[in-house]
Design a protein around this ligand. Structure first.
Ligand code: GLV
Ligand code: GLV
Length: 322
């Protein structure tokens, strides 16, 4: 029998591309990543069993209808699913898989980096050094905030939220969390639960988001929720840009209500709002939470493991069931 047919929206890492050559039937990897229309065109032409993609090629609405009948699996190389219409895909009998777990630690590492960078003014220090450091800071110049012992509010205590809590405990931070449900494991590790986000916000020196994005819902962080954070607090987001009203964030940073922010994700990616980029007290990374050799390799391999399993009629390692 023929090896399973697959197409991909983007060139995968070499280990995965080597595996595609030996274990799958596939066109050559795209030189530039394919957006949705080009991916759908390729699907029509190549008649694949599986479509491997990332959030650079969203599949929603009529794009789901446009997938040919032969497609039985959409395997996304991401933990996030907000670029896919899961119910519509399932309604067409198309299974979906993602890549949870393998990116948890790297996202948590980057989140901790953003926390440290925002509290300790990494962006301003770095800019100063690059532009030439000619005058000492003196005793009171460009002071940041101590991280040790501060109160960290975590919104979304899933795998990543818990991995951030673990790191933050190494900095003697007090952990507060808001989540759909209480988690005994988190509380045994000393975290305090808040059923209502609004009740937690006033107690946070640093707030970090670790929940899925929902592009059609109103943003969780808006001028009202930002205003509930204490003056001088720090905001971090390595989850999804759709969770934040960026105008409200800009206003909170400009007015000095927030001391600083650390962001890995934006409403617009690439080309985030230039008013954000222009702010001095914000440390920004380009949606790079999972961007390590180890983790991206593991994500690509897991995406192929899912294709292979479904093609053989075996349970997929990481199916999306909701
Ligand atoms: C990254 O943003 C992911 O969803 O994996
Ligand atoms: C990531 O793996 C998460 O869903 O927390």
């Amino acid at each position: 029998t023929e090896a399973p047919r697959l197409i991909r929206s983007i060139r995968l890492l070499n280990a995965a591309e080597d595996r595609i050559k030996t274990e799958f039937t596939a066109p050559p990897p795209p030189e530039k990543s394919l957006k949705t229309p080009a991916l759908l065109e390729l699907a029509k032409e190549f008649q694949p069993f599986a479509v491997v993609l990332t959030n650079n090629a969203p599949l929603k609405g009529k794009d789901v209808d446009a997938l040919p009948e032969c497609v039985k699996l959409v395997s996304t190389v991401s933990v996030g699913l907000d670029h896919l219409d899961i119910p519509a895909l399932h309604a067409r009998g198309i299974a979906v898989s993602n890549t949870p777990n393998v990116l948890t630690d790297c996202n948590a590492d980057l989140s901790m980096m953003l926390i440290l960078a925002a509290c300790r003014r990494a962006a301003e220090y770095y800019t100063l050094m690059k532009n030439g450091w000619h005058h000492g800071l003196g005793m009171g110049g460009m002071l940041g905030h101590r991280v040790t012992g501060k109160r960290l509010g975590i919104v979304g205590m899933g795998r990543i939220g818990q991995a951030v809590a673990k790191r933050a405990r190494g900095f003697d931070m007090t952990i507060l969390y808001h989540n759909r449900s209480r988690l005994s494991a988190a509380e045994e590790a000393g975290a305090t639960y808040f059923e209502k986000l609004e009740d937690m916000l006033p107690h946070c020196d640093v707030l970090t988001l670790h929940m899925p994005g929902s592009p059609s819902a109103p943003p969780l962080m808006n001028s009202q929720t930002f205003s509930l954070l204490p003056k001088g607090s720090v905001f971090v987001n390595a989850a999804r840009g759709s969770l934040v009203d960026e105008d409200a964030l800009i206003e909170a940073l400009e007015s000095g209500h927030l001391f600083g922010a650390g962001l890995d994700v934006y409403r617009q990616e690439p080309n985030p709002n230039p008013r954000l980029t222009a702010l001095p007290n914000i440390f920004m990374t380009p949606h790079a939470g999972s961007a390590t050799i180890e983790t991206r390799t593991a994500m690509c391999m897991l995406a192929l493991d899912n294709v292979e399993a479904l093609a053989k009629g075996l349970p997929m390692p990481t199916p999306v069931t909701v």
